[in-house]
Design a protein around this ligand. Structure first.
Ligand SMILES: [Cu+2]
Length: 119
């Protein structure tokens, strides 16, 4: 009986330490700096729709299938966009220069978001 209890405690301990280490791995998966943000494009909506970040931050756009990640407004790219990528897999963009960046989707002009980069 005592042996079974000891086994149970060992199993529980193993479970909780496995959870902790997988959480730590998830936090560091951008590999670059220590700052990173994620924007979802699910349901033809950028979530969040506004983002304020320090310069040098990498923003990863997820759920990009059927979308584009494009600097622009109402589906129209700006001249010389810093990003204009077809979706299908995650799109990561590093914002090195301070300023305001409008991000849209060329397929869904109603999809818009604003990223403010602080220098
Ligand atoms: Cu779209």
């Amino acid at each position: 009986m005592l042996g079974v209890l000891a086994m149970l405690i060992l199993v529980l301990a193993a479970c909780s330490s496995a959870t902790e280490s997988s959480d730590a791995g998830g936090g560091g998966d951008d590999g670059g700096g220590d700052t990173g943000e994620t924007v979802s494009m699910a349901n033809t909506t950028f979530t969040p729709s506004t983002l304020t970040i320090p310069a040098g931050t990498t923003v990863t756009f997820t759920d990009t299938s059927g979308h584009t990640v494009t600097e622009g407004t109402d589906g129209t790219p700006v001249d010389d966009p810093i990003v204009d990528e077809e979706g299908g897999s995650d799109v990561s963009v590093t914002f090195d220069e301070a300023g305001t960046y409008n991000i849209t989707c060329k397929i869904h002009p109603s999809m818009n978001m604003t990223i403010t980069v602080e220098g």
